[in-house]
Design a protein around this ligand. Sequence first.
Ligand code: SF4
Length: 421
Amino acid sequence: MSQTAIIAPKTILERLEILADAAKYDASCASSGTTKRSSAGGKGIGSTEGMGICHAYAPDGRCISLLKILLTNHCVFDCHYCINRKSSNTRRARFTPQEVVDLTLSFYRRNYIEGLFLSSGIVKSSSNTMEQLIEVARILREEHDFRGYIHLKTIPEADPELVARAGLYADRVSINVELPTVAGLTRLAPDKSATQIEGAMTSLKDSIVEAKDARKRFRNAPKFAPAGQSTQMIVGADAATDSDIVGRASTLYGSFGLRRVYYSAFSPIPDASAVLPLKRPPLMREHRLYQSDWLMRFYGYAPHEVQQAAGADGMLPLDIDPKLAWALQFRGDFPVDVNRAPRERLLRVPGLGVRAVNALIAARRQRRLHLADVGKLTVSVAKVRPFIIAEDWRPLLLTDRADLQALIAPKRSEQLELFAS
Ligand code: SF4
């Protein structure tokens, strides 16, 4: 008799445990910006709106409100930062497309999820893997009339026609640029090519724009990734500075019409490659990059202005937010009169968010605003005070004080505790 041990095939649950764990490193799981699909009236299954949608967050704060899994964590590529790379000694598993469909439907019916986030390691070939990802989405949409949210990670090396087909079934498609610089990508993901990644993102952008145009003219023209495309960059695995990352993100928004750029602080993985740093960057760094992203998208800051908030080493301060850092460097632009200044100048005031600015503008149509009125709209009036003029408040030479940052910034120890690595 043979002495070879017989390894029992893994159960669905065992594979789910492996493939959900393998997917947790991808941050780009937000479901914002999709169109409304409803199964009200007994038609279809699932909905991207309405009651009964479960939201859950992993202990590290990442969104897991979708069923977020890999089709397989086998991979023929060897990206150094990835636990699923071919040289990694991790447990492996794979699902068939039908198994992912069954899991999605059963989780949806139990109200655990509002949709599916599906990615995969690369097996056989990029096109073969892409075909299987699309097959999951096709079965869900065509055979089960599934109207929940589907986010497909697309594989840039796959046949462009397949990448385009993914957008016909998915709400959102994404291709990870992986690293902020081409040098970082070449060093840490030797099987990937920046040119291929950008080529695939350009095709997706063109398809999204074409589909939108077509739907303006013909109501029944097919939708294509109505929630747009997004990407993710790993922060802290290579030498790119925050200033480099801000520059790269702004190019990505401009060139590829991205809805979101996600920043994922590199986390050391078990069985890590020797070319990686041993320590993860502080999570606060990821947070500061998200804040800088908001400044560009919602507060009217040009990329070079956000970069001005960084120090000489190109890094954003960790102890204060980038908006305050910018204001401290450009004190000559303050104080701003809350009763007269245009919206874009109010948006520059540290401590005033978009909602607070909208509320101020609405309120000042009725009456002259006092400091107390502003105080009601902000978490910290101490932070706002040096930068504004109100009916009963003028900061005199407060913005000239050398110790201004110490006066208004939250205590470093308090803040860093929340985001310690
Ligand atoms: S292609 Fe690279 S990042 Fe993607 S699963 Fe394979 S090794 Fe990981």
